[in-house]
Design a binder for this molecule. Structure first.
Ligand SMILES: C[S@@+](CC[C@H](N)C(=O)[O-])C[C@H]1O[C@@H](n2cnc3c(N)ncnc32)[C@H](O)[C@@H]1O
Length: 214
């Protein structure tokens, strides 16, 4: 349902093309708190709950659909989530162009578009080049969390991530998830009413080996 209310994107929503490459998180947020990125934030339910509940962490939402970006930015502003920012951008482009190596403590990807038709699978976001970008921007011990309702996409996600340097880990539902929820986004709540199954995946970037002096 589209809101007819005036949506105000400032000061949360950023003009991506005005940002430095790479972004210096300290300059953007005015502090050195860890930075977590949500890709495809939709209406921003996860980001609002996380930003409100974890004020010692900075959050950046990436969303390429203009209306969702505007809606989520306005919602974050109305909830005084000033530890959050959003960009309207395609996620692969954004990570590649704007995010420095080893600068992000977590990436959240909840209900990525599954592109169910076989001829559309090439449009799926979670493929080898994008996984390499996520791996590059995560800090050592940085975490990736994914949830989907689509079993075939989930198997592809498992396969492509198994071939990456990330190490599989236990999925941790965020504290803002409701009882029995995986994450508590709009799509999860909608799909739950439809009785769909859920699949979750988590992985951690390994810390570099300490130097050997022998
Ligand atoms: C199925 S919705 C899920 C929204 C939200 N995460 C949730 O669980 O309610 C997927 C969202 O990801 C966005 N999206 C899909 N591919 C994207 C990409 N490559 N870059 C940025 N946003 C993307 C879509 O516009 C949409 O808002």
């Amino acid at each position: 349902m589209r809101s007819s209310r005036q949506l105000v994107t400032e000061p949360i929503g950023l003009d991506v093309e005005a940002l430095p490459r790479p972004i210096v998180w300290r300059d953007l947020f005015g502090n050195d708190h860890p930075v977590e990125i949500e890709i495809g934030m939709g209406k921003g339910t996860f980001l609002v709950e996380q930003a409100k509940g974890r004020t010692e962490t900075n959050f950046l939402g990436v969303e390429y659909a203009r209306w969702f970006w505007r809606y989520a930015s306005d919602r974050l502003r109305r909830n005084a989530c000033f530890n959050a920012r959003t960009v309207r951008a395609e996620a692969s482009y954004f990570l590649h162009e704007f995010v420095a190596d080893a600068s992000v403590s977590a990436i959240h990807l909840y209900f990525p578009d599954p592109w169910p038709k076989k001829r559309h699978h090439k449009r799926r976001l979670i493929q080898e080049p994008f996984v390499a970008e996520m791996c590059r921007v995560l800090q050592p011990r940085g975490r990736l969390q994914i949830a989907t309702d689509h079993e075939d996409y989930f198997h592809q996600i498992e396969q492509v991530l198994a071939a990456s340097p990330l190490e599989r880990a236990q999925y941790q539902p965020p504290g803002s998830a409701g009882q029995g929820e995986m994450v508590g986004t709009n799509f999860e709540r909608k799909y739950r009413l439809q009785g769909r199954p859920f699949f979750t995946f988590a992985a951690v970037k390994p810390a570099p080996e300490p130097p050997s002096f022998s």
